[in-house]
Ligand binder design. Structure first.
Ligand code: KG4
Ligand code: ZN
Length: 354
């Protein structure tokens, strides 16, 4: 079965064709970084307009690159929740039009489920469920108990910023471009980068908490770069900015931040293992998903964790870490077998509804 997937939940317009839920025949992603760069973040209105403009060429490219004709597509899948509503609506409208005109089933997919399913795709035919799921993206940082690809029970999540958001904000504080994750990853990996040069806070929260917090870390980096803000009586504001940093300082701040950000994840993963043990929740593997799963340091710490615990840890291949439509099409194959298709009343939703 060849499924065409569509993904437009944020600022990537993506379409892909996946065969039988595992063979990626095409995977087209058009990023909008340059459109949002001057605003320092994603502007929803600009994102949805760009999706509308790019959708048709991207769909055509996904079919062409797969070496197929439209008639070869057996079903159409779309990420319909959660995300920016205007952006999701473009993808959902395109998917409905396509499914209706081709006379093919329409399958709505949850974006977060798809991110975790991308990790499942690297596990080949191994039995991974039940699993501990860890989602680390620009919009989410959460831990789940997964009894199947769409059966997720949330164990904890961020109480403020998501980890990817922290990478992006720290990159902006350091004067690096958007998205910040890859830029920090690259800087922190440079020769001579000292990840202990700055003692940034690692959030733990309550003793048993599986929640995350990244705003304190972000603020600590802000003060390390710009100094403490002046009191209001002195006019407020900061005395300096990133331009006063040396290259070595910039590198060390990136490495120290990345160390703290990753350490917070690893602490919570250790706790989740404990919680699972206390609650007799058996799990066969750990599934990692979301854009930050592309991070070099996090990947190596997760692999070391798996080795030390004797637990298989599955991460998406690099091409499926950040937002893409192949993960949507792949999961759709499973969902179609499990619960069949949706009808044309499928709606976009900014949060996870069902
Ligand atoms: O999953 P994703 O594409 O979008 C959401 O669903 O949110 O994740 C995007 C996030 C961005 O914050 C980006 O900076 C981060 O993933 N990211 C990285 C790396 N590559 C992407 N963060 C750290 N290291 C990376 N190599
Ligand atoms: Zn995503």
């Amino acid at each position: 079965m060849r499924i065409l997937g569509i993904e437009t939940s944020c600022d990537e317009t993506a379409a892909a064709v996946v065969e039988d839920g595992e063979r990626v025949l095409s995977n087209i992603v058009a990023s909008q970084y340059s459109l949002h760069a001057e605003y320092g973040g994603v502007v929803p209105e600009i994102a949805s307009r760009a999706h509308a403009k790019r959708m048709m060429p991207i769909l055509q490219a996904s079919v062409d690159e797969a070496g197929l004709q439209w008639a070869d597509i057996d079903a159409v899948a779309v990420g319909h929740q959660p995300g920016l509503i205007g952006s999701l609506l473009v993808g959902v409208a395109a998917a409905k039009a396509l499914a209706w005109s081709l006379g093919r089933p329409l399958i709505g997919i949850d974006h977060l489920h798809a991110h975790l399913y991308a990790a499942r795709m690297s596990a080949e035919h191994e039995d991974v469920y039940p699993a501990l799921g860890l989602l680390v993206s620009g919009g989410h940082t959460a831990m789940y108990r997964c009894t199947g690809p769409t059966e997720l029970e949330r164990l904890g999540g961020t109480i403020d910023d998501a980890i990817g958001e922290a990478f992006d904000k720290v990159a902006s504080i350091l004067g690096l471009g958007h998205p910040g994750g890859p830029a920090i990853d690259q800087l922190a990996g440079q020769d001579g980068a000292d990840d202990r040069a700055y003692d940034f806070p690692i959030s733990r929260l309550d003793k048993d908490s599986l929640d995350f917090s990244y705003s304190g870390l972000k603020t600590a980096v802000l003060y390390a770069v710009r100094g403490r803000p002046r009191p209001k009586s002195d006019g407020g504001g900061f005395v300096k900015d990133h331009s006063s940093l040396t290259d070595a300082q910039r590198r060390d701040i990136a490495a120290s931040f990345q160390r703290a950000a990753c350490k917070a994840i690893m602490i919570k993963l250790d706790r989740a293992v404990q919680v699972a043990r206390n609650n007799q929740f058996e799990y066969k593997s750990v599934l990692i998903g979301g854009g930050v799963s592309a991070n070099t340091r996090l990947r190596s710490e997760l692999l070391a964790f798996g080795k030390a615990r004797g637990t298989p840890v599955h991460m998406p291949p690099m091409s499926l870490c950040v937002d893409n439509a192949a993960m949507i099409a792949a999961l759709a194959c499973q969902v179609y077998q499990d619960r069949g298709a949706d009808d044309l009343t499928l709606t976009a939703s900014p949060s996870t509804k069902r």
